[in-house]
Design a protein around this ligand. Structure first.
Ligand SMILES: [Zn+2]
Ligand SMILES: [Zn+2]
Ligand SMILES: [Zn+2]
Length: 127
């Protein structure tokens, strides 16, 4: 319960300082120093530990800490190309996103092919 409370206030801070959160997320995910002096590292560790225990990409929950954490990780995945990234759930999210993007581009291609076929038909009618 104490951890939840501490995480709660740190979670609030994530909303107010998203860039800082992103910075700490990337630092803390690669940091194994106890009592590390990096600003926000200890707080971020509490949040990451919470998210590791609580947040699953497949089962979104209404926990404010997990939601905020997910937001920061999503932001991170937008420019992360590291296949061995240590950020929690980064690789899972990236593979999900690329699966969705693949679906979209297939749908987009189908749509264009249909459009082309229709245009060709129209052109055929004109000719
Ligand atoms: Zn650190
Ligand atoms: Zn949670
Ligand atoms: Zn990453």
């Amino acid at each position: 319960m104490e951890i939840l409370n501490a995480g709660g206030s740190a979670g609030d801070r994530i909303i107010k300082e998203p860039e800082m959160a992103l910075f700490s997320l990337e630092h803390t995910s690669n940091c194994d120093v106890r009592n590390c002096g990096f600003p926000g590292c200890c707080k971020m560790r509490i949040i990451i530990d919470h998210a590791k225990a609580h947040w699953s990409v497949d089962e979104p929950n209404n926990c404010i800490i997990c939601k905020n954490f997910a937001k920061v990780v999503r932001k991170h995945t937008q420019y992360c190309f590291d296949e061995n990234c240590l950020v929690h759930n980064c690789n899972i999210l990236k593979s999900k996103i690329s699966a969705i993007e693949a679906q979209i581009s297939v749908a987009e291609r189908d749509r264009r092919e249909t459009e082309m076929a229709e245009k060709a038909k129209e052109a055929g009618l004109i000719l």
